[in-house]
Structure formats: C-alpha cells, structure tokens
Design a protein around this ligand. Structure first.
Ligand code: DC
Length: 233
C-alpha cells in the first residue's frame, strides 16, 4: 500500500507488539503466548484474510465481485477470545479455527490479500482491535502498515525447507496424506505472491528485531521475545 493511500495518523497510546513474517515461522503460536503472558488482546490478521475467503466460498460470492467482498471485509464479524483452554476465532459467534487452514482457504486468502481495495477495507477493521491494556498481533504488514508506531516489532524468519518440514509434520500428525515436495512448492509460491505484490508486501520493518527461528524451538523463540518485552514494553 503506498503511503498516499493510507492514513498513518496515530492517536493512540495503547501499546502494540507486532510479529510479522512468512507462514510456518511460528508467529501465530508465539503471538498467542505473548498475549496470554501480558493478558493483552490478540489479533491474528491472517485469520481475517482467511475468514474473508471462507465467507466468500460459503456465500458463493463470485471472486471478481470486489464490491461485495470489500463491504463484507469492512464489517467482518470476527473476535479472538481465549476460552476452553485455547484461543478461539469467532466468526459470527462460531469458532471456525479448524476450518481456516485448508490449502483452498490459504490460496484464496493470499489472492484476496493482493487486492488494494480489500486491504483498505481491512485496515480500519484491524486498527479497531487496538484496545487497552494492549494488543499483540501477527501478520505480514502489522509493523510496516497497520501499526507503524508499534512499541515492539518482531520479524520471524525461517528457511523455506524448515517451514515446509514443520507443516509436513503437522499435517501428517493430523492423519493427512501429503507430500513434502508439494508443500515446499506451495509455500514458495505463496511467499513469492506475498512478498512481490505491489501493496503492503511482506517485508521486515526497518525498526523490527529479526529472529531466525530455523534452529530454535518454539520455547527458545518465546524466551527471546519475552526478554525483549521486559526490556521495552
Ligand atoms: O498468516 P496466514 O498464512 O494465516 O495468512 C493468510 C494469507 O493472508 C497469506 O497468504 C497472506 C495474507 N496476509 C496478508 O497479506 N497480510 C497480513 N497482515 C496477514 C496475512
């Protein structure tokens, strides 16, 4: 999103921690843990794009009917709540977390996310999650576009091979018959689309702390981030 298109006026003292990076780096798990640790609100911005994709498919909205898709995006009825021992993603009050991670939803979400009008429609929706005492959020452009004034910005990195391997193990454990080579190919295609798009491409903010998680366990990444939280927040 070019700077003339977005409102970067910031009038909030409510602290925000942003965690950006490609899929499979563990930013969602990390974000949820940090939000729980601080007892802050949480926004998984990728889930917004995924829920939009789910609604488009569910309601059989033609994918080129951007007018309807934008109107839906502006008012997307989504909440993130910790309940029943896990973070729930409530869409119209229903927990849809188990429906969001299919390849079809991921693919459509990434296509919708490349559209300028869709991103504009979701901009205010995302900023509305900034409520006291604070917000932890993860995505691709949280530190660059949505919350440029964030208190602490993290960018998680991991090699495509490591990320594909993690996803492969996750899917296998869930009983799915998948091929590592295909996962790697799909992941590379998604990275390419997310980082090469003209608006709000996936990139580390200049003031972000980059952590390479390729050789770290989730607990080691969490420990590093909590140290930064204690120093800066
Ligand atoms: O993080 P994820 O895989 O759940 O995100 C789904 C898609 O949404 C991903 O392909 C990129 C897009 N996305 C985005 O463009 N900007 C964000 N802040 C978050 C996600």
């Amino acid at each position: 999103m070019s700077s003339e298109n977005i409102d970067n006026t910031v009038s909030s003292n409510i602290p925000v921690i942003t965690i950006d990076g490609p899929s499979g780096t563990g930013k969602g798990t990390l974000g949820r843990q940090v939000a729980r640790y601080l007892n802050w609100h949480f926004l998984d911005s990728g889930a917004l794009y995924r829920i939009l994709a789910l609604a488009v498919l569910d309601r059989k909205i033609p994918q080129d009917d951007l007018h309807t898709i934008e109107a839906l995006a502006e008012k997307l009825p989504v909440e993130f709540e910790f309940g029943n021992d896990h973070w729930q993603v409530l869409f119209e009050g229903r927990d849809v977390v188990s429906e969001l991670h299919t390849e079809a939803i991921g693919h459509l979400a990434s296509q919708l996310a490349a559209n300028k009008e869709v991103r504009r429609a979701l901009l205010a929706r995302q900023r509305a999650f900034r409520e006291a005492p604070g917000l932890v959020t993860d995505g691709r452009d949280m530190g660059t576009v949505i919350f440029p004034d964030a208190t602490l910005k993290i960018y998680l990195y991991a090699s495509p091979e490591v990320r594909a391997e993690r996803r492969y193990r996750q899917l296998k454990a869930g009983g799915l018959d998948v091929k590592l080579s295909q996962i790697l190919q799909e992941l590379a295609a998604r990275d390419e689309r997310d980082s090469q798009r003209l608006i709000a491409p996936m990139v580390a903010a200049t003031d972000a702390v980059t952590i390479d998680t390729s050789d770290l366990t989730a607990d080691e990444v969490l420990a590093k981030v909590l140290e930064l939280v204690k120093e800066r927040v």
